[in-house]
Each structure stands twice: as structure tokens, then as C-alpha cells.
Write a protein that binds this ligand. Structure first.
Ligand code: GTP
Ligand code: MN
Ligand code: MN
Length: 617
């Protein structure tokens, strides 16, 4: 750990930084000097990632009131944080992709001319860190031992960000040594909460700024984040790097960066399969990633719950890795009865909880953790709470941040530096109608059509009524770092680097379809094992499927429903392919595709025509 007092005077400052830096890597020293000159912090702290440093930082955060140390033995070595009520989620409207040409950001992103944005950022970052410590975090997304490790350096004025990044990514001295050894490129990522302190000014527990900028320069592979201290806005290795910037790297280098979980399934015959699944936020990735199978003899292990990097391997297969090292999971709804594997990982401690409620015995609680709420809590805004308060105790987007290696069901393959063979890809959303429980794509291109047209209903939709359908290509709508049509085209092209016989099979799933009475047609959650079993059978060239206009679906008796108490009509409702519903869907897809303009790949357009032809036949 190195702390340097920053002196005024640019030359002197650069010299001081070089003299005290724990590295001789010139591009890194230059980067730190440049940001220090711009933001004028009081101190510079080079993060080594050690336990001692974590203890010191969390002690200071407790002292500052940002963190509350949990004293309940149920949450060892864990902390609660409470954000400013106006800084509780990702801010998509303030997220920008500043490519040279507007066309390259595409219709799914906000674009500002990069020169203009640089001027704006120079303005807001000018002196932004004064009175604060500037932390320098060397990090790697994926494994340090990977063939092509992807480095970053986040500069931040938030110690909460440093502590959280230590859980979510591999950070510190080992990473710094590897950057030096390989003379490697790193993504420069600058973050400030945007709350400079005057001399003697008292800090607040959660500093932030009303004005927010989450900015990506894809050509330079740079990230600048201002004004927010929260998760996806501030932990720049996650959505900003591992999805938005990585999707651009992946386009240029021939791989894929995706919003997917990775699950390892082992059949009763002892054969293992790796399955990735892309579902939009709040549609069940973390649930499926941590599933406890309900069928005898089946075993599930996890490799990741949110982000997957897919690379063509030398052997003609696609290989997948989870670039992250922790969970940043939605807390409400995570409970012993819905996701015991997540709860067991959390119970091992070493976690930071943000915007959860505090229990009277020094623990945390959120809606759905236990079936019965405690009689008294302190809610996420610090108010007394009882079950009849008539408002949630935890913020609906409250999160647990927990090291992934605390998961009992973690697959050994999680530790493979270059990943494991991918056997199947699932796309899924929240649809009350139209989309059957599971459909197998005819081939890779048809599977991309599933991803390109993926949709989910807004959860605010009235119960029973058809919700507003939002298209969310590959569940990547907020995360594609370039033009969405070019992104689909990249999916088309990337298969040419793989052995066609070894390409993953693609499936469309929908756990959320309603039955004729308006309830869920399919029990979901752990019972999704039965769908996974059918998928594995299809991978083996077995399993019964019928050809429908939209793809291959199981017959009701093709699903293993042994021991499941569910009405035959429900299964029928879950599986049916309704021509009328799909004719209406065609119109929706046409409208959606029109938004891509020229950049929609011809082969994906052709899939729409093929669907139209099959529906008419
Ligand atoms: P991010 O972490 O924000 O990217 O989202 P996620 O995809 O990990 O979402 P998460 O697993 O936190 O989503 C949980 C929501 O999905 C909760 O509302 C669950 O009740 C619901 N859910 C998950 N699996 C199922 C299922 O099989 N059936 C039904 N009906 N609901 C499910
Ligand atoms: Mn999740
Ligand atoms: Mn996510």
C-alpha cells in the first residue's frame, strides 16, 4: 500500500507519482498522473488487494458511516451500505457510447460526439476528487493465467468501490505484476462520485452528484463514470467493461461477450454438459445458475450467474468463462426456499449488502429472505419498520455482493483459465403468452433469430393483462457497446470460426407463460430441471420433438414429469404453439426489425420470411 500526498504543480506531481508508484509501467504512471492532475485528489492510494488493506478500508468506511458492520453471527465479516435514495440503480438514460460515428452506436444507445463529450468530462472531472483519496485499482476480468488476459485499471475516489471491486474481480499486486510482465494493454477506467470536499468540510455517508455520466469510448476502450457510487455505474469492471467495452473487443477479435449465466449439468450417466443462458435483468439468471435439480441422479454446478465470455477454441469448439469473481445479485426474492445455494454462499460472510434492511440483532433482511418477516427492522432508509408499515423494508434493487468461491456447488471448471466447451445456449424472457416453455432452433442462424427477437414483458403490467413487450436482443439491450445490427451480424459471422458440428445448440425458453386461468402454466424454479433434461436429450440426438412453424418443441410426454403434481392442461398451455398468437407476434417482430435500418443482417431478415412462410403453410 502506497499513499502519496499530491502537491500542486503538474511536473512536480508527475514526478512525485512516478517516485512513489509501486510500478515502473510507464503507461500506467502516465494515466495516474493525468487523472491526478485533472481531478486534484488529496492523496493517491495504489490498491494492493490484500486482506490487511481491505480491513483498513472497511474500518475507515465504518468510521465514515458509509458501511455498517454486521454483528450477527449469521453474516460474518460482512457490512451493510445504504446509498443516497437518488442513487439506487443503473442509469440507462445517462449511459453513453461515444463512437466516432453516430451510426456505430446504433439505435439502442445514447450517442454524443466524442470530442464534445471529452470537453464535458474535462469540465465535470476538473477538481472532482479534491479533498478525497484517489484509489488506483489494477484488475483483470477473467483469469490472470488466461491466454489473453483482459486488464483494466480503475481510478476511483470511492473506497466502497474498492471494497466491492475486490469481491467482484481479481485485483491488486498480482495483476499489476502481470501487466508489467506482459507489457499489456489495460482499459483505463475513471470513476468519481462527483463530490469534491472543501478543506474542513464534513463528508456525507454516500457522496454522489445529481448529474451523472456513464461514458464509453469504444475506439479507445476507455470508461469514464461520474456522479454515481452504485453497482453497475461505479464497479467499472462489470457492465461497463465486461459487457459494453468487451463486446467491442469481441467484435474486433472474433468472440462474444454476453449477459449470460453458465451452468454445468451432469446426467445420471455421468456425462457433463455446459449450458449458458441469456435472460434480461430480473428474469431468473441467478436462480437458474444456482438450481437444485429435482430429478433423481441429476447434478447441477455453477460457473457464473451474469456475464459470459465465449471464445472459439483451437479445437473448433466454443469455450466459455465467467470473467467475474463474485455475485452482485438482486437480494429481494433470494431466500432459503427459493435459492438456498445463494443463501449458503451469503452465510459464509465476506459480503457487502447495499440497500437491504437491518435486523435488530445486527444482520440484514430483505423481502423473500424468509417466509415470515421479522417483527421489527430498520429499513434501507434508516426508518423503523414493522410488517404493517405498508412499504418494502429493502429497496427492490437491493443487492448482495458475495465472493463466488463461497458457493458449495461451484464447478471446478470455474477455475479453468481458458474456459470449458459450451454445449447449449438458452435465450429466455418473461412472456405471458405466445412463447412456449421450450423451443429448439433448427440451426445456428435460426437460434440467432431467437436471440434477435428476444422479448420480455415489463413487470409493471397489470396482472392478467398482456404486458408491454420490450424487445431485448440476447438480453443485451442496455449493454451492446456498438450498433445492434452489427452485433447480430457478428453473431452470424463468429460461427465461421467454429466447427459446425461442434456449435452449441440454441433454445428459446419461457418460464413465465400463463395458463387458461391466468396462473403460471409451468412451476418453474427447480422444476426447470425437467426442461434441462429434455435439452440434454436433444444434444444427444434423443428426446421427442415436434416440428412447428417456430422450431422444435417437446410433446407433453417428451418431458419427464415424474413426481410432479401439475395438471395436463397446464402442460398443454405451456407448450402450445398458437398460430394466431404468432401471427400477431410477426407484426411485432417486423416493427422491431424496422428499427435496425440497413444494418440488420440479411440472414436474420430471411429467418423472418421463413417464419412467415411456415405460419402460412
Ligand atoms: P440481473 O442479475 O439483474 O441481471 O437479473 P437475473 O436474471 O439474475 O434475475 P434474478 O434471478 O434475480 O430474477 C429473479 C426473478 O425471476 C424473481 O422475480 C423470480 O421470482 C423470477 N423467477 C426466476 N426463475 C423463475 C421461474 O422459473 N419461474 C417463475 N415464474 N419466476 C422465476
Ligand atoms: Mn443476477
Ligand atoms: Mn445482469
Amino acid at each position: 500500500m502506497t499513499t502519496v500526498a499530491t502537491a500542486p504543480g503538474a511536473d512536480k506531481l508527475a514526478q512525485n507519482i512516478a517516485a512513489d508508484a509501486p510500478t515502473t509501467h510507464q503507461p500506467l504512471i502516465d494515466f495516474v498522473a493525468q487523472i491526478a492532475q485533472l481531478t486534484r485528489p488529496e492523496n493517491i492510494h495504489w490498491v494492493d488487494g490484500s486482506e490487511a488493506e481491505y480491513t483498513k478500508l472497511t474500518d475507515e468506511l465504518v468510521e465514515a458511516g458509509t458501511l455498517t458492520r454486521l454483528t450477527s453471527p449469521d453474516f460474518p465479516n460482512s457490512f451493510a451500505a445504504f446509498s443516497d435514495p437518488a442513487d439506487v440503480a443503473r442509469v440507462e438514460s445517462r449511459t453513453f457510447i461515444c463512437s466516432e460515428r453516430e451510426r456505430d452506436a446504433g439505435f439502442t444507445n445514447n450517442w454524443v460526439d466524442p470530442t464534445e463529450m471529452r470537453q464535458t468530462l474535462n469540465g465535470v472531472f476538473d477538481g472532482a476528487m479534491s479533498g478525497r483519496t484517489m484509489y488506483v485499482i489494477p484488475f483483470v476480468m477473467g483469469h490472470l493465467e488466461a491466454d489473453d488476459p483482459k486488464f483494466g485499471v480503475e481510478i476511483t475516489d470511492s473506497a466502497y468501490v474498492v471494497a466491492s471491486m475486490r469481491i467482484m474481480a481479481r485485483i491488486g499486486t498480482d495483476v499489476l505484476r502481470k501487466i508489467e510482465e506482459l507489457d499489456a494493454f489495460f482499459v483505463p477506467a475513471v470513476h468519481s462520485v462527483g463530490a469534491p470536499l472543501e478543506p474542513g468540510e464534513q463528508d456525507v455517508p454516500w457522496p454522489c452528484n445529481e448529474e451523472k455520466y456513464i461514458v464509453h469510448f469504444p475506439s479507445e476502450r476507455e470508461i469514464w463514470s461520474y456522479g454515481s457510487g452504485y453497482g453497475g455505474n461505479a464497479l467499472l469492471g462489470k457492465k461497463c467493461y465486461a459487457l459494453r467495452i468487451a463486446s467491442v473487443m469481441a467484435r474486433d477479435e472474433g468472440w462474444l461477450a454476453e449477459h449470460m449465466l453458465i451452468l454445468k449439468l451432469t446426467s445420471p450417466q455421468g456425462k457433463s454438459y455446459h449450458v449458458s443462458a441469456a435472460f434480461p435483468s430480473a428474469c431468473g439468471k441467478t436462480n437458474l445458475a444456482l438450481i437444485d435439480p429435482t430429478l433423481q441422479g441429476w447434478k447441477a454446478e455453477t460457473l457464473g450467474d451474469d456475464i459470459t465470455w465465449i471464445r472459439p477454441g483451437a479445437d473448433g469448439e466454443f469455450r466459455v468463462v465467467n470473467p467475474e469473481a463474485g455475485y452482485f445479485g438482486v437480494a429481494p426474492g433470494t431466500g432459503w426456499h427459493t435459492n438456498a445455494n445463494a443463501m449458503r454462499a451469503i452465510a459464509k460472510g465476506n459480503s457487502i449488502f447495499t440497500n437491504c434492511a437491518l435486523t435488530d440483532d445486527g444482520g440484514v433482511w430483505w423481502e423473500g429472505m424468509t417466509e415470515e418477516p421479522p417483527a421489527h427492522l430498520t429499513d434501507w432508509q434508516g426508518n423503523d419498520w414493522t410488517p404493517d408499515s405498508g412499504r418494502p423494508a429493502a429497496h427492490p434493487n437491493a443487492r448482495f455482493c458475495t465472493p463466488i468461491d463461497q458457493t458449495d456447488m461451484l464447478a471446478d471448471e470455474y477455475f479453468e483459465p481458458n474456459g470449458v466447451k459450451l454445449d447449449a445456449i438458452l435465450f429466455g424472457g418473461r412472456r405471458k403468452t405466445t412463447v412456449p416453455l421450450v423451443t429448439e432452433a433448427r440451426d445456428w442462424n435460426h437460434g440467432i433469430f431467437f436471440g434477435a427477437t428476444l422479448s420480455s414483458e415489463t413487470t409493471a403490467a397489470a396482472e392478467g393483462a398482456v404486458g408491454t413487450v420490450r424487445r431485448d436482443p440476447m438480453a443485451m439491450l442496455p449493454f451492446i457497446g456498438y450498433d445492434a445490427g452489427d452485433y447480430l451480424n457478428h453473431w452470424v459471422k463468429v460461427s465461421s470460426q467454429a466447427d459446425p458440428a461442434k456449435l452449441p445448440k440454441i433454445f428459446l425458453v419461457n418460464w413465465f407463460r400463463r395458463n387458461r386461468d391466468g396462473g403460471f402454466a409451468w412451476p418453474g424454479f427447480a422444476e426447470n430441471t425437467r426442461v434441462l433434461k429434455w435439452i440434454v436429450e436433444r444434444l444427444e440426438g434423443e428426446g421427442v420433438a415436434v416440428e412447428t412453424p417456430i422450431g422444435m418443441t417437446p410433446t407433453p410426454d417428451a418431458l419427464d414429469l415424474s413426481g410432479l403434481d401439475v395438471a395436463a392442461e397446464d402442460i398443454e398451455d405451456a407448450l402450445k404453439v398458437d398460430r394466431e398468437e404468432w401471427t400477431a407476434e410477426l407484426a411485432g417482430i417486423e416493427e422491431w426489425f424496422a428499427r435496425f435500418g440497413e444494418s440488420l443482417p440479411e440472414s436474420i431478415k430471411a429467418e423472418l420470411e421463413e417464419l412467415r412462410r411456415r405460419l402460412a403453410a
